[in-house]
Write a protein that binds this ligand. Structure first.
Ligand code: AGP
Length: 609
């Protein structure tokens, strides 16, 4: 999630304001930064890869003339975190500049078209095409002006964006537009600001206007004008007063980053549905050709691998070996070879055990593929092909949105592999692809409809000493993840295992009131799972079931239940069915007085052995 900022000041230099605002957007995570001001009809640009303080030490980000400017913190999605890919990006003539947060899905075809008209691109970003599109529009019709040229440009964009555009030809205005990515305007007596998020200017003003999807805004010293991109109809909207502390603002009003990131999952899942086809196909080709495939990761990422092994097998008839990374060298270090392929999954891309497994495999000439949330991380540098899952930075130590995004990418890979291998009919492909497209809305519904219910359950069981989490099939992976979350942030000892294992020992722990969480999608495992629930009930367990809506059979058996919308295909079920478990762990931690964002004894990415 990049951070954009822009400001027009009456009688102050813009650069220090931009610098300070970008510092307040640091929490969004980034790998490069850039600023631009306009002075006497000229652009002044400073940008580089690295943290703001480092770039400031080298370039002095306060030293650009002019009282109008834009700035950007970049979280790499297209193009490595290098100076050339840092924003702002300009057109061929260097007279139009853009900063952008989001993902332009159709950037490749637009780029080809612009190159065929003679445009020359400097970066590998999707963003740069916006500057050239605006330039091309002005070239085609010089009477357009910056606002109309930008309007015509954004009408051609597919994907998510919030942008701020300036021009040396019209140096007194900033043109912004939004589709999905957040955009807000801040107003005070002698200045007007635009930004990805309120924290950027909350220390300067709390008079805020939220820009809605499909709107274009022109800000100038006269104020702001909002109009609809679709029909240019004018929108009037009064500023609201925001009573947030800077700390609250960073969390956008959520009490914790973890809850904010749980609520961000629908948007993140939509991002995963916009990944570049080329890389998904390329990775599917490598998996298709592999003699053996190891899915290697740690913690939550390992649970994504476990769920993926069911998807690859059920959809593409590909047997894969999910392996806990810290065990890989011991377990497979000797057998892995040139015909082996490792798909390493790591949201940070820096987890030592996962990288050690990758090195172990590389030493034996195996092919390494990577799935990560951190473009530019070590994993991206050691992978033959990698996919950036585009969840944006995850501040809470407990992985939530990165888990469901990993599952979405892995299920898309399994679908492509199935298609390549002709293992699923076109109808089934379409059915699964449609359901994947619907998942962001499904997850939104679960969070909105079920959070209160989960809160009550957390309150009811907050003093429980231990929990079991059980599931069958790919729901076993969901159960493992639910258990890890509860241990990680609520410090409740918890055991997860495939439900069929109960009778082989663990059931002896069950006594009256012992809480057992069952993950029960209505799929091929449902019937046997009902048997497992009755086994537990027979020993007095308190059963908490995550069920499909209106599953009356299990409702009768369970002490408490949380419902998930109907019709989720089994292989996709870990994505929606894990949401109630994330919420349960979160509310259990809050009920027990713990801060879910900073669990004891844990860091966000474990880089030491
Ligand atoms: C999950 O909530 C934990 N933070 C932890 O288990 C994490 O998943 C694990 O350390 C792997 O991290 P990675 O995905 O960055 O490699």
């Amino acid at each position: 999630m990049c951070g954009i900022f822009g400001c027009i000041l009456r009688n102050r230099e813009a650069a220090p304001i931009i610098h300070a605002a970008l510092k307040r957007l640091e929490y969004r995570g980034y790998d490069s930064v850039g600023e631009l001001t306009i002075h006497k009809g000229r652009f002044y640009i400073k940008k580089d890869q690295g943290k703001i303080d480092e770039v400031h030490r080298v370039h002095n980000l306060d030293d650009l003339p002019g009282n109008i400017g834009i700035g950007h913190t970049r979280w790499a999605t297209h193009g490595a975190p290098l100076e050339v890919n840092a924003h702002p990006h300009v057109d061929c003539r260097g007279s139009i500049a853009v900063v952008h947060n989001g993902i332009i899905e159709n950037f490749a075809e637009l780029k080809l078209e612009l190159e065929s008209r003679g445009h020359v691109f400097k970066s590998r970003t999707d963003t740069e095409i916006i500057a050239h599109l605006i330039e091309e529009n002005s070239k085609v019709d010089s009477s357009l002006g910056l606002v109309k040229a930008t309007l015509e440009a954004v009408k051609k964009l597919e994907g998510s964006y919030s942008i701020a555009v300036v021009s040396t030809h019209e140096p007194s205005k900033i043109v912004c537009a939004r589709h999905e990515s957040p955009l807000v305007i801040g107003i005070n007596e002698d200045a007007i600001y635009c930004a990805s998020d309120i924290p950027a200017f909350l220390h300067l003003t709390n008079r805020v206007v939220t820009v809605e999807d499909g709107e274009l805004v022109v800000i100038s010293r006269k104020g702001f004008e909002i109009s609809k991109i679709a029909d240019s109809s004018v929108v009037t909207r009064k500023p609201k007063l925001i009573e947030w502390t800077p700390e609250m603002a960073v969390k956008q009003g959520y009490p914790h980053f973890m809850l904010k990131e749980i609520y961000e999952q629908p948007a993140c899942l939509r991002n995963t549905l916009r990944l570049q086809e080329h890389y998904l196909d390329l990775m599917a080709t490598f998996l298709d050709r592999a003699r053996e495939v190891f899915l290697v990761a740690c913690g939550t990422s390992y649970h994504a691998c476990l769920a993926a092994s069911y998807m690859f097998s059920k959809l593409a008839f590909l047997a894969t070996y999910p392996v806990i990374a810290s065990e890989f060298p011991e377990q497979h270090g000797k057998s892995v070879n040139i015909d082996s392929t490792i798909l390493a999954v790591s949201q940070s891309g820096e987890t030592a055990d996962t990288l050690a497994s990758v090195n172990c495999a590389r030493e034996r000439a195996a092919t390494v593929l990577g799935l990560t949330n951190a473009i530019g991380s070590t994993l991206t540098r050691v992978s033959r092909v990698y996919i950036g899952q585009q969840s944006g930075p995850e501040i809470g130590v407990a992985a939530t949105k990165t888990f469901t995004s990993q599952l979405s990418v892995l299920s898309q890979l399994a679908l492509r592999l199935a298609k390549k291998r002709g293992k699923v009919s076109q109808d089934e492909m379409d059915y699964l692809a449609e359901n994947l497209e619907m998942l962001p809305d499904t997850v939104e519904t679960i969070i909105q409809d079920q959070e209160e219910k989960v809160k009550e359950i957390a309150k009811k069981y907050k003093s429980a000493k231990t929990f079991f989490f059980l599931g069958r099939g790919s729901s076993a992976a969901t159960a493992y993840e639910g258990s890890l979350k509860l241990m990680e942030i609520a410090y409740v000892p918890s055991i997860a295992y495939p439900a069929g294992e109960s009778k082989h020992g663990p059931i002896s722990l069950v006594e009256p009131g012992f809480p057992v969480v069952f993950v029960c999608p209505r799929d091929g495992t449902h019937k046997t799972l009902v048997g497992n629930i009755m086994e537990m009930k027979a020993r007095g367990a308190s059963v908490i079931a995550v069920i499909e809506k209106d599953d009356e059979e299990i409702k009768k058996l369970a002490d408490d239940y949380i419902e998930v919308p109907k019709g989720i295909p089994e292989v996709l079920s870990p994505i929606p069915y894990v949401i109630p478990l994330q919420l349960l762990a979160y509310h259990m931690a809050v009920e027990r007085g713990h801060n879910p964002d900073t669990p004891r004894n844990l860091a966000k990415s474990v880089t030491v052995k």
